[in-house]
Design a protein around this ligand. Structure first.
Ligand code: ATP
Length: 322
């Protein structure tokens, strides 16, 4: 394989730049040409391709976001859109494509391969860590650390005023950021989309805590929790008028920031292996991490369903927050 391209797609995640850098430099090391595609599949359809040199990826390993920019593309969902995308790859002589993104982006890559014979390798880039077949996705570690630092600060003010805080963290359909940032900050309760929220159970917990003179409560709620942080805050504020019940939505700050060492190292490893995989003729696969080893997982088997939440960790919260 002589010529490859790389794009970032879907939501951005800190560490994507480290992966882009590793892909570009590994390709150049093996004397391959490497093209960057701006704005994901949207940019591919609009011919936003440019040849990259080693200097194009200098000084980016520590930066959040993605220098290639990212986008979502409705046109790529159509056969015609994908035909345009494939045409731009072919007219530039590109044989292999590395897609850094989530499961939606991998579905797109899989179809592009089936319809047009482009060799594709996926690198899991999403703060949600919601892709089956890998224990790690780029950006998750930074996002959890960002949420953790914010919740630590909220706990300081909660303790000073003896308040109850409901903190909403990111995770539209996966509770891993909530679970991990909640455990790391000693949250009294963690609510995730994977488990039906029982408000009565939350109320019982607060009553029990009050009896034990535990006056600070942090409830971490994933944004995709079926009940919702706002609705929960309203109910608790009515139920406990004597307490100061507050809602804090952390929002997009969790996507940004300089990636942690862990995200930089794992993203570098995944980018490096993505290019080695293409060189070996691999296609239709995602680079994953299992038991701390790099593996290749078939798009077909591994990546389609979401990673299941660790129920034992959820149960542990009850024990540790006593
Ligand atoms: P995130 O987890 O951050 O949301 P993602 O990769 O899952 O990332 P999506 O918005 O689902 O994000 O997908 C990104 C892009 O991939 C879409 O805008 C679309 O162009 C393409 N894509 C998604 N699903 C498909 C599909 N079934 N067929 C073809 N292309 C798809």
């Amino acid at each position: 394989m002589q010529r490859i391209a790389v794009l970032t797609s879907g939501g951005d995640a800190p560490g994507m730049n480290a992966a882009v850098r590793a892909i570009v430099r590994t390709a150049l090391y093996y004397k391959m040409d490497v093209f960057g595609i701006r704005y994901g599949y949207k940019g591919l359809i609009e011919n936003e391709l440019f040849q990259m040199s080693s200097r194009d990826v200098a000084n980016i390993i520590q930066r959040g976001g993605t220098v290639l920019k990212t986008a979502r593309s409705k046109e790529f969902l159509t056969k015609e859109g994908r035909a345009k995308a494939a045409e731009h790859l072919k007219e530039n002589g590109i044989e292999g494509l590395v897609v850094i993104g989530g499961d939606g982006s991998f579905k797109g890559a899989e179809i592009l391969e089936q319809e047009h014979g482009i060799k594709v390798i996926g690198v899991p880039g999403t703060i949600d860590r919601d892709i089956a077949g890998t224990e790690y996705t780029i950006g998750f570690d930074t996002a959890v650390n960002t949420a953790m630092e914010a919740i630590d600060k909220i706990r300081d003010t909660a303790a000073a005023h003896e308040r109850l805080f409901v903190v909403e963290v990111m995770g539209r359909d996966a509770g891993y950021i909530a679970l991990n940032s909640g455990i790391a900050t000693g949250a009294e309760e963690i609510l995730v989309p994977e488990r039906i929220t029982n408000v009565e159970r939350v109320v019982q917990l607060i009553n029990y805590d009050q009896k034990r003179k535990k006056n600070v409560h942090i409830i971490v709620v994933a944004e995709g929790d079926g009940f919702g942080a706002e609705a929960l805050t309203e109910i608790l504020a009515k139920k406990y008028p004597e307490m100061e019940v507050r809602l804090s939505v952390l929002g997009h700050m969790q996507r940004g920031g300089s990636p942690t060492y862990y995200d930089r190292v794992q993203a570098s490893k995944m980018g490096y292996h993505a290019v080695l995989g293409l060189r070996e003729g691999k296609t239709g696969m995602m680079v994953g991490l299992q038991k701390n080893e790099i593996v290749f997982v078939d798009f077909g088997d591994g990546c389609k369903k979401h990673l299941e939440i660790n129920q034992e960790m959820l149960d542990m919260v009850k024990v540790l927050s006593q």
